[in-house]
Design a protein around this ligand. Structure first.
Ligand SMILES: Nc1nc2c(c(=O)[nH]1)N[C@H]1C(S)=C(S)[C@@H](COP(=O)(O)OP(=O)(O)OC[C@H]3O[C@@H](n4cnc5c(=O)[nH]c(N)nc54)[C@H](O)[C@@H]3O)O[C@H]1N2
Ligand SMILES: Nc1nc2c(c(=O)[nH]1)N[C@H]1C(S)=C(S)[C@@H](COP(=O)(O)OP(=O)(O)OC[C@H]3O[C@@H](n4cnc5c(=O)[nH]c(N)nc54)[C@H](O)[C@@H]3O)O[C@H]1N2
Ligand code: SF4
Ligand SMILES: [Mo]
Length: 890
């Protein structure tokens, strides 16, 4: 029986789906899509649908700690406040820094920014949105005079052409992707172009895929600008009345990208493909260009954003239904962070740090004793300053920089050196909490109240439906408590999140008669009750527009001093660090479908872990042959900055010369899977955003003496292995292993890992010394507790079959014999890589279904249910059909 049902918002990506969180009488939580939420209309992706499985209390940070000892909140907060006070006294405001996150709620974020920029008196607060949205922010501000996303999701459905640039929306914004896929089904004339060096799952709906040479998007969009001009697609009236700088932009574009042939050559494409894209763009008025990290995360990301916007300005395709440049936000509250001014070069509520009048307004409103006057340090520079000893106190909230910043070894050195590191997190053990002097337990999703803003500027409520475990508290409360201890009680005396939201909305209204885009004046007096009920709404929300605003710039007025949008002359630049003979390949990094960032949440759910069980390096067959790496074996990626090891995937989805690795793995889940140890710390000079998509690397095979895997009911430390990767399975942990040394005594080594030297356990084993095969299992009263399989190569028995034995109450003699022989009973086969997370359907069953006549994803769905719930796996089903359906191949 359902006891409560709470409307809330998904804590993952920037699509911002509405959810119904249900708590049953027995406390069991389940999650469904909210049919009334205008972002998803009831849809969810695999991650959202599995949220209930990630609410595992066992990994939580439950109590405040100082130097590894549990302390009271008072002691912890006093330690933080006295550390800040001492640093302020001895070294001044810039010796203190906050590193925060687009996963904070707006209310948390607002309070942290206020304390730093108004009361500590430094702008040294930066956020992981620097790694994500900073180039889009800088590009928007240059073009529009404001950080505005002009359009809304509905535009994707009303467009006739959607251009996806550097976005793998099928995996990273799945519900939005599904809305596009549906729109394409409903209106077959809708065209989709994908611009990405890799062939990703998003290519499923693409009519044209331009596998550009990495980093050449600036050349491509400059070429488009020239083409539009030369083919009379200029909206002369719009350009004349509402823009400035078109001639300079065109001249610059012509210099880099004079014609289709030149563009094709520079971008590594055929002239036909380029011409097809240009022609399609030119003739389609309703076009949305959707861009994400393939654009932003480069050392010329800001320029690329403006190269895209230039094309929309020249054609006047902005601010009207079905058209516009559209930056997708990554995190659930990346947009909210930009509203409160969470970046080191912003002030608050879209007031500018650089303008004295803006500083005066904010100082007056906050009654701030020490408003920051100069921009603070951007993330990469911030961690350099920490290593140089310039920053004495660093407070990290809701982000895991030891894993997610480039040159992760440098970040770890910096954290090691810093005098006082404070970490607020929900999870006890992360690669970052290792370095904390003070740990503050944060209330997690479902336990706290606040708002988030999605990619289309839509503010939605996150509501609490669970009690925080232990002593966990909302982030805003911690910051306010520290502020009080620093003597700023009056300014931080908030009774609840609603009060913070009201203040944030009121600040946005100060001196704002249409001069700033971000305006929540219509919500500045929202009551606690109305805040509790607040329906999703797109800003600006003013008294004149109480229901919010779907689109901006429809009137041709922009927020620049002249009121005109600016064209920017773009001179495309090559990536900061080119490849050379020592590091000949380009490392591109990004996301997989079912994992979220550093695995602190999705790593807890078996069905999300099964899709990609370990870190991998994907490489083109030609490069694999050239560098001697083999599909399914292990390899090391090395750069000038560091190394990482992972499983090899050979695939022609990669461009020759490029390799791809996911960003998610870290020391909690692998021996050496943290790819940011390899990634270069180059940044965009304007936005400070790191170049995560382009690091020169070398790939070499690892040549371990043995391969193996281990399944266990308990979490273990696979000490004997030089390579290991852990993944949650259904009721067990799964480890992939490899080792450089052949143990002298296999049984001893295996027992040490599996039994922690406990002599009394039931133990069965098999050893073939000549074949270098070892297998053993530990049982408790006849029930399987753990098992280990070792062999000379990666070919090992099916894990799923072995995993299924853990459900048996006792293992009978034939099963034990089969286990040690490594041979599953007849008819039992490995289910293969999991494709459908909702129904746990693996590749083997899908291939069988295809062989036995299923010809469409719908056929597979009817037979296996795969793809019939959240739909996140549909692109993969269709890819398997394309590869294996004999009729199609013939
Ligand atoms: N499953 C999942 N979804 C997520 C997240 C997650 O962790 N997991 N995180 C969220 C967050 S915070 C973010 S920021 C978003 C990111 O969402 P996306 O930006 O869509 O994801 P990425 O995988 O980082 O990168 C996008 C694509 O850029 C391509 N790319 C690389 N180099 C170039 C280039 O030179 N030109 C072009 N045109 N493309 C290039 C990559 O091959 C990749 O496919 O995802 C959000 N959604
Ligand atoms: N190589 C490579 N690296 C990348 C990227 C890439 O594409 N390639 N992408 C970059 C991008 S776009 C992003 S956004 C970053 C993301 O990188 P991170 O922000 O470092 O990743 P998360 O794992 O989301 O970290 C969030 C942390 O906050 C904790 N947490 C969750 N909810 C709360 C809360 O309410 N309060 C508090 N206090 N803590 C909470 C979680 O347990 C977790 O430890 O990674 C960046 N790094
Ligand atoms: S698309 Fe998926 S991850 Fe993103 S908000 Fe919706 S349910 Fe959450
Ligand atoms: Mo992000």
């Amino acid at each position: 029986m359902i006891a409560t049902e709470t409307r809330t918002t998904c804590p993952y990506c920037g699509v911002g789906c509405g959810l119904l969180a249900r708590v049953a009488d027995d406390g069991a939580v389940s999650v469904a899509g909210d049919p009334q939420h205008p972002s998803n209309f009831g849809r969810l992706c695999s991650k959202g649908a599995a949220l209930a499985e990630t609410l595992d209390p066992s990994t939580r940070l439950l109590h405040p700690e100082v130097d590894g000892e549990r302390v009271s909140w008072d002691t912890a907060l006093d330690t933080v406040a006295s550390g800040i006070r001492a640093a302020l006294h001895q070294h001044g405001p810039d010796s203190v820094a906050f590193y925060v996150s687009g996963q904070l709620l707006t209310e948390d974020y607002y309070v942290a920014n206020k304390l730093m920029k108004g009361f500590i008196g430094s702008a040294n607060i930066d956020t992981n949105s620097r790694l994500c949205m900073a180039s889009a922010v800088a590009g928007h501000k240059r073009a529009f005079g404001s950080d505005t996303v002009p359009g809304c999701y509905e535009d994707l459905e009303r467009a006739k052409l959607v251009v996806l640039v550097g976005s793998n929306a099928a995996w990273c914004h799945p519900v939005l992707y599904q809305r596009m896929a549906q729109a394409k089904q409903d209106h077959p004339e809708l065209r989709v172009v994908l611009i990405d060096p890799r062939r990703t799952a998003s290519s499923d709906i693409a009519d044209l895929h331009l596998a550009v040479r990495p980093g050449t998007d600036g050349v491509l969009f400059n070429g488009l600008l020239v083409y539009l001009h030369d083919h009379d697609e200029v909206h002369a009236q719009f350009v004349a009345n509402h823009t400035e700088g078109a001639d300079e932009a065109l001249a610059a574009a012509r210099a880099s990208s004079p014609d289709v042939a030149s563009v094709a050559g520079q971008c590594g494409l055929s002239a036909t493909q380029v011409a097809e894209f240009f022609e399609l763009f030119a003739r389609t008025e309703r076009v949305v260009t959707l861009f994400s990290q393939g654009v932003n995360q480069t050392s010329s990301g800001t320029d690329k954003v403006n190269a895209i916007i230039n094309c929309h300005l020249l054609t006047g395709r902005i601010g009207r239904p079905g058209m516009g440049p559209f930056s997708l936000t990554g995190q659930p509250n990346a947009m909210g962070g930009r509203e409160v001014g969470g970046l080191a070069n912003q002030l608050a509520a879209h007031f500018e740090l650089d303008y004295p009048a803006d500083r005066a307004e904010v100082r007056e409103f906050w009654k701030a004793p020490a408003i920051a006057a100069l921009p603070g340090l951007k993330a990469v520079d911030l961690f350099r300053a920490v290593e140089q000893g310039k920053i004495k106190v660093l407070w990290i909230m809701a982000t895991n920089p030891a894993v997610s910043l480039p040159d992760a070894q440098q970040v770890r050195r910096a954290l090691e050196k810093c005098e006082l590191v404070i970490v607020s997190d929900c999870v006890r053990h992360t690669d970052t909490t290792k370095y904390a002097h003070v740990l503050l337990p944060a209330a997690a999703w479902g336990e706290k109240e606040g708002t988030v803003t999605n990619s289309e500027r839509r503010i939605s409520r996150q509501r609490a439906f669970l009690k925080p475990p232990g002593e966990a508290q909302p982030d805003w409360w911690m910051v306010a408590e520290v502020a009080k201890r620093l003597g700023h009680g009056a300014a931080f005396d908030y009774p609840n999140a609603a009060a913070i939201f009201r203040e944030h909305a009121a600040l946005s209204a100060v001196a704002n008669d249409g001069t700033r885009d971000f305006d929540l004046s219509g919500l500045a007096e929202v009551s606690d009750e109305d805040y509790a009920r607040l329906a999703p709404v797109q800003w600006p929300v003013t008294r004149a527009r109480p229901k919010g605003t779907a689109r901006l710039f429809g009137d041709g007025n922009f927020f620049t001093p002249s009121g005109r949008a600016r064209f920017l002359p773009i001179i495309p630049r090559a990536p900061a660090n080119p490849t050379d003979s020592a590091y000949p390949l380009v490392l591109n990094t990004g996301r997989v479908r079912d994992h979220w960032h550093t695995l602190t949440r999705t790593g807890l759910a078996a069905r999300l872990s099964a899709h990609t069980i370990e870190p991998y390096i994907e490489i083109h067959p030609q490069d694999a042959a050239r560098y001697g790496v083999v599909d399914g074996a292990l390899a090391r990626a090395s750069s000038k900055w560091g190394q990482s090891s992972a499983r090899v995937r050979v695939s022609d989805s990669q461009r020759p010369g490029s390799v791809f690795a996911p960003m998610h793995w870290n020391d909690q889940f692998t021996s050496a899977g943290c790819i940011d140890a390899v990634v270069n710390p180059a940044t965009d000079p304007l936005s400070g955003e790191p170049e995560f998509k382009h690091t020169p690397v070398r790939i070499e095979p690892l040549q371990p003496k043995w391969y193996g895997f281990l399944l266990s009911c308990r979490k273990l430390i696979p000490g004997a292995a030089t390579y290991w990767a852990a993944a949650r399975g259904q009721g067990l942990w799964r480890y992939e292993l490899a080792g450089d040394e052949l143990p002298k005594d296999w049984a001893m080594t295996a027992r040490t890992v599996l039994c922690a030297q406990d002599e009394k356990v039931e133990w069965i084993e098999y050893f073939d010394k000549a074949a270098r095969r070892y297998r053993a299992a530990r049982l408790t009263k006849g029930k399987l507790e753990s098992c280990i399989f070792i062999g000379p190569n990666p070919e090992l028995p099916p894990r799923d079959w072995l995993a299924s034995l853990f459900a048996l109450e006792t293992l009978d003699a034939p099963t034990r014999a089969g286990l040690l022989a490594g041979i599953p009973p007849k008819g039992c086969r490995d289910s293969g890589r999991q494709v459908c997370a909702c129904f746990g359907v693996g590749e083997t069953a899908i291939l069988e279904a295809i062989q036995s006549g299923c010809a469409t994803a719908a056929d597979i769905g009817a037979r296996l249910k795969a793809g019939t719930n959240c739909g996140s796996c549909l692109p993969e089903l269709k890819a398997l059909l394309a590869q294996h359906d004999v009729r199609k191949i013939a």
